[in-house]
Design a protein around this ligand. Structure first.
Ligand code: ZN
Length: 275
């Protein structure tokens, strides 16, 4: 809960210091890879609305492996002990979560090593709702990215490119369709094409990819080519993103509340958009 005047003060502070300064730190974080660092965009931004892009995590939230992504074991109970506390048993890659470079590399950056300057970034939202409705295995293409740039200009340096496929709301309204598992066991949901990921990697300066489905690669993928291109290049990913229908295609900022857990390959994240 914000005290009176708090929001105005935060907004003023953000405007004063220039929201996306810090290119030097961003560059240092990528020095270990052969890939040019996404330079942070030097612009001043303010915001009037805060949007939660995070699903509530529970035992029931659909997962890639079909097992509960989190289990709760009660350790202390208020009535008996005077306070409540649970022991969590949690999968790193379930619910709204981060994929750190280490997820698909032998020695890439772990979640705790990601520079914070790369976790507060401009948000570009690619709307493919109509296409995914028609083709559940839809892959965001280079043409989709070109269309976004025609409407909104060049993708901002250091941004996160998010796929809005409409899958986000299925996670709670229709979990079976969200997973899309057919009789043969193959899953069906949209993702990013490897070609689009490769183009973003080499032609634009993008810090992260985000999807409102379960994986950066689409459901039927067996080789996870988008993961294999993207994460080893020192970039991060976000999966199971919520509420992308509540943010504009351009102009918002994303705050990635990534877990700072030693050597984590990813983990539950709180995603907040400043609009
Ligand atoms: Zn993941």
């Amino acid at each position: 809960m914000c005290v009176a005047g708090c929001e105005e003060a935060v907004r003023a502070a953000l405007s004063r210091r220039g929201f996306f300064k810090g290119a030097a730190v961003a560059a240092a974080g990528f020095a270990a890879t052969s890939v040019p660092a996404p330079a942070a965009e030097r612009v001043t931004r303010s915001f009037t609305k805060v949007v939660d892009l995070t699903h509530t995590m529970s035992e029931d939230f659909p997962t890639f492996f079909g097992k509960p992504g989190i289990e709760f074991q009660r350790q202390f109970e208020f009535r008996k002990h005077g306070f409540n506390m649970f022991w969590w048993h949690v999968i790193e890659h379930a619910g709204t979560h981060l994929d750190a470079p280490l997820h698909f590399t032998a020695s890439g950056l772990a979640a705790d090593k990601l520079p914070v300057d790369q976790l507060v970034v401009p948000l570009a939202v690619i709307d493919v709702v109509a296409k995914a409705e028609e083709h559940p295995d839809y892959l965001v293409s280079r043409a989709d990215l070109a269309l976004w740039e025609r409407n909104h200009g060049r993708l901002p340096a250091g941004c996160c490119v998010a796929m809005h496929s409409g899958w986000g709301e299925l996670a709670t309204s229709d979990p079976a369709r969200f997973v899309g598992r057919d009789v043969g066991g193959t899953m069906h949901f949209p993702g990013f094409s490897p070609e689009a990921a490769e183009w973003l990697l080499h032609q634009r300066e993008v810090a992260g990819l985000a999807v409102d489905s379960m994986s950066l690669d689409n459901g039927p993928s067996k080789e996870f080519r988008t993961h294999r291109l993207w994460l080893p290049a020192g970039r991060w990913g976000l999966e199971n993103v919520a509420n992308l229908d509540q943010v504009p295609p351009a102009g918002a900022a994303l705050v990635v509340g990534a877990p700072k857990v030693k050597d984590a390959t990813g983990g539950l994240a709180r995603l907040i958009a400043l609009v």
